[in-house]
Design a protein around this ligand. Structure first.
Ligand code: CA
Length: 236
């Protein structure tokens, strides 16, 4: 039997905290609630949770600072962090993702969306790249195979040619399916002597990748105002 999964909910609005706790416990995750950012850091260090649900506006330390401190320490940096944010706060979301948060959910949220995001974050714990030893990224039930060593891409059994930049960009997104990457994170990951990427050219490359992937192109989701995400469960 595997140990019971645990989550730490850091949220000062008790109605929201209770709602998140209720839905986590329904799927067997033991949830602890605190309304204090400082307390959350203490609790996370005492007993490493499988998930941290983090509100950004807290009475003491703000959520971004909590996230920064968690990611600063080896013992807590692998805890998946999902931020709870107000709708329309793209700047906060971008800051949080760049601070190391794995995903976010905007309030008010539907339980279905919330749980899909939280489950995804817990599943990815400890396997940040989920790459086969061969260096092949197998996505969308094998319909998409990205061979990073050979620099080849197979889409529904057909070989597809991407430019170097397109290939690297697809790898950055496909490496961590389900997680949003901001444009700046993509630039930092892809940038190299052969590649100069700007905020604007990313969108052009993404359009080209989607076109080349054909029906699987919709797996690359635009996250409005934030960046892009590779969706393993896209209806493709
Ligand atoms: Ca709050």
């Amino acid at each position: 039997m595997t140990a019971r999964r645990t989550a730490l909910i850091v949220e000062d609005e008790s109605e929201i905290a209770d709602l998140v706790k209720f839905h986590l416990e329904r799927i067997g995750v033991g949830a602890t609630v605190t309304r204090s950012g400082r307390r959350a850091l203490e609790l996370a260090r005492q007993s490493i949770p499988d998930l941290l649900v983090l509100d950004l506006m807290l009475p003491d330390l703000d959520g971004l600072e909590v996230c920064r401190r968690l990611k600063e320490h080896d013992e807590t940096k692998l805890i998946p962090v999902v931020m709870l944010t107000a709708r329309g706060s793209e700047a906060d979301i971008v800051a949080g993702i760049e601070m190391g948060a794995d995903d976010y959910v905007t309030k008010p949220f539907s339980p279905r969306v919330l749980m899909a995001r939280l489950e995804n974050a817990m599943r990815k714990r400890g396997s940040p790249t989920a790459e086969q030893p061969s260096g092949v990224l197998r996505r969308l039930d094998g319909r998409l195979l990205i061979d990073r060593a050979r620099h080849t891409l197979t889409c529904c059994g057909e070989s597809i040619t991407l430019t170097i930049t397109e290939f690297e960009l697809l790898c950055v997104l496909a490496k961590r399916p389900g997680f949003v990457r901001t444009r700046d994170q993509i630039i930092a990951a892809v940038h190299g002597p052969l590649m100069v990427l700007s905020q604007r050219t990313i969108d052009v490359h993404i359009t080209a990748i989607r076109r080349k992937l054909g029906p699987l192109g919709s797996a690359i989701e635009t996250v409005r105002g934030v960046g892009y995400r590779f969706c393993e469960d896209a209806p493709v």
